[in-house]
Design a protein around this ligand. Structure first.
Ligand code: ADP
Ligand code: ZN
Length: 257
């Protein structure tokens, strides 16, 4: 018998432009977790011309949501790979009630729950500007922004030294409005879903990237409330990281014990 490690699953919730991808990458580096972005998985499927990609491409370019059936299949497939055993940060999934239910069931089959759902709270009005200025390194995927986070050496990736960059086709201002509308209609209600489960943490995500990262690290470094093992970087520390967080209350405290 003995306790099998149960890798934690963190969810980042927030509208397009809230910084989910940037923060997921920082958590990945700091805690050795794996970032899983359904947006990235779908874009890879589109580029590869798979059946899922052919069905998803037009919807994505219009700023709509890809069907639950496709997204859930893509996510489940990816979650089955051995490299997820370190624990994952889901960035952009779940995005609908159907997806949240599918994830709950997937984890419940293994006696697991979500470790925490972290809502990145932002002003909608600022999101269009944030998104319109963003681009990523074609080599390593590092995210940048024209005014908020330009590479230290113009035209050269800070992380991998690459010199090719990409802007997403759906980051045009017209499409961003559709993506924000989809977020409010389908995804924002999931905040209440995780609040009911006692798994929600809220983070003010209008501050600097470093401030937001620090608030997220405090949440991830806490020992798991429901029998999930903490990620490796925090496991030796016992209850370290339970200081006064800058987050608005920690609903998971009541789940202790
Ligand atoms: P953002 O969070 O900035 O909108 P993503 O890369 O997460 O960017 O998603 C890009 C697009 O991919 C979405 O607009 C949507 O069309 C599709 N997509 C990604 N994840 C999902 C999902 N979980 N459910 C449905 N569609 C998704
Ligand atoms: Zn790079």
């Amino acid at each position: 018998m003995g306790t099998q490690p149960r890798p934690p699953v963190y969810i980042l919730l927030g509208p397009p432009g809230a910084g989910k991808g940037t923060q997921a990458r920082l958590l990945e580096e700091r805690f050795g977790l794996l970032q899983l972005s359904t947006g990235d998985l779908l874009r890879a499927a589109v580029a590869a011309g798979t059946a899922a990609g052919r069905a998803a491409g037009a919807v994505m370019e219009a700023g709509g949501l890809v069907s639950d059936a496709i997204v859930i299949a893509v996510l489940k497939d990816r979650m089955a790979a051995p490299d997820t055993a370190v624990g994952v940060i889901l960035d952009g999934f779940p995005r609908t009630a159907g997806q949240a239910g599918a994830l709950d069931r997937l984890l419940a089959d293994e006696g697991r729950t979500v470790a925490a759902a972290i809502a990145l709270e932002v002003d909608d009005a600022a999101m269009v500007e944030r998104i319109a200025g963003r681009f990523t390194c074609a080599g390593c995927g590092e995210g940048y922004h024209d005014s908020m986070k330009a590479p230290a050496v113009p035209g050269v990736c800070d992380r991998c030294g690459g010199t090719a960059f990409r802007r997403r086709a759906d980051d045009r201002a017209e499409t961003v409005a559709a993506r924000l509308a989809a977020y409010h209609a389908e995804t924002a209600p999931l905040i209440a879903h995780y609040e009911r489960q006692g798994m929600l943490a809220r983070v003010d995500a209008m501050g600097s990237i470093a401030e937001i990262a620090a608030a997220l690290a405090r949440i991830v470094a806490e020992p798991r409330a429901r029998g999930e093992d903490p990620p490796v970087a925090a496991s030796a520390e016992g209850s370290a990281g339970q200081g006064q967080g800058g987050t608005e209350g920690n609903p998971r405290e009541k789940a202790n014990g």
